[in-house]
Design a protein around this ligand. Sequence first.
Ligand code: GLA
Length: 491
Amino acid sequence: MRQKNTLVFLVALLLQLSCYAQNKNVLFEGIPAFHGAQVVGNYPNTPFIFTVPATGERPITFNIKSLPEGLSLDASTGIITGNLVTRGEYNLKVTASNAKGKAEEDLKIVIGETLCLTPAMGWNSWNVFTKTLDEKMVIEMTDAMVKSGMRDLGYEYIDMDDFWHADTRDSLGRPVPDTKKFPHGMKYLSDYIHSKGLKLGIYSCAGNMTCGRRFGGYTYEEIDAKAYAEWGMDLLKYDYCYTPPSQKTAIERYTKMGTALKHCGRSIVFSICEWGFRKPWKWGQQAGGSYWRTTPDIMDVWKFPSIGFSTLKSTLNREETLWKYAGPGHWNDPDMLIVGNYGKGLATGRGVFKGMTDLEYQTHFSLWCMFSAPLLASNDLRTMNEATATILTNAEMLAIDQDALGEQAKPIYKMGGIRVYLKHLSNGAMAVAVLNTTGSEKKFDLKASLLGLKDACIAHDVWKHADIGTLKDKLPLTLQSHETIVLTLNK
Ligand code: GLA
């Protein structure tokens, strides 16, 4: 019996290791493959920067037929920079070639009023580091994003959250960073990050103070937007501490900052963070936001009988009701990722939560991708283990998040602890997630009738990276406790 158990364990271990190996291969070996957004928005006459995300054996040479005047491409990195003055759609044919072969994709640039035509992807300092954020860490995290292959999959924003600030503004009211933490200033940092084809984000608040009691943005909106543009910022997360509670005031304050950003001369993504208390999905886009938090801060725990914070389960409960408010340029944000923190995040563990299992983190990531949520990893990218990297770099899952149709998955079944979510994809296929919320293993027959399918479909398992059968009438599934199986269904 013991021998049999050992054998089962060894087989499981080998399968796990081959899965990690496969993940690595996908990123750094073989012919080039494109990932991430295939449609990118920017404001007219503002700096444009975008790295064409592609994996495969390096070196890769990029080429773009009919690159519009005003843009240039670095052929060895795929970084496109420049400035497009004229509004409209620019359709680019991009090729990537290496020793193993060549790939081609269509990339659309839309110069107009909308950013984040697919959900933002990147990293944010808050969940793990809270106030310990500094320049050295931001640079190291940028390098880790490149080294880990995350940039090649479309992660692009490096977001500094609270605690970048000096004690006070300068005598002219301008924002000043803490010079001990950021000895070379913000422009130095953004130049470095832009040289890697990545983007830099910053944080402020619609009150007099941020949630961490640093100086806030209220009444300084134009001054701050101008400073952020001069510093080379690409994103602003705008919080709502120390503010009057009404929805009316929130709309006014967010609109003030959103308008200032629109006129600051850079394409700065505006991320609204009032935790969903004032229904920002109804007014956030109008206020200039590209996405808005829908929930209070997420904690590193599946379920917990507390109030004030969110757990993975409570976040899901809220998020699944909001599907109709999401779409290109306007996304629901169920908060940053906690994948890989294992209870150690200074903000999300708090010495109370022990963290989640890798399977639960996989569920967390799967659902964020199904929900077309912004994907802001908030773990230490420098030291993440294989299991964490495997989750964050699952290219098939990321393609579901970044799908150009921009649908947020709809809940279509909720019974006996099983939930099923359905998301249509731009290629005519559908993605389906089946979640077991119970504490024990469950069997579930996924029925074609539930999905409205008339023809047989090939069911492809996004975590196994394999076709697992044909869905004609029903597909039997076995789910571990808290597991999510994600399938794409193709005719
Ligand atoms: C709030 C936000 C968090 C983080 C902190 C910073 O709690 O919801 O995401 O930005 O403030 O103080």
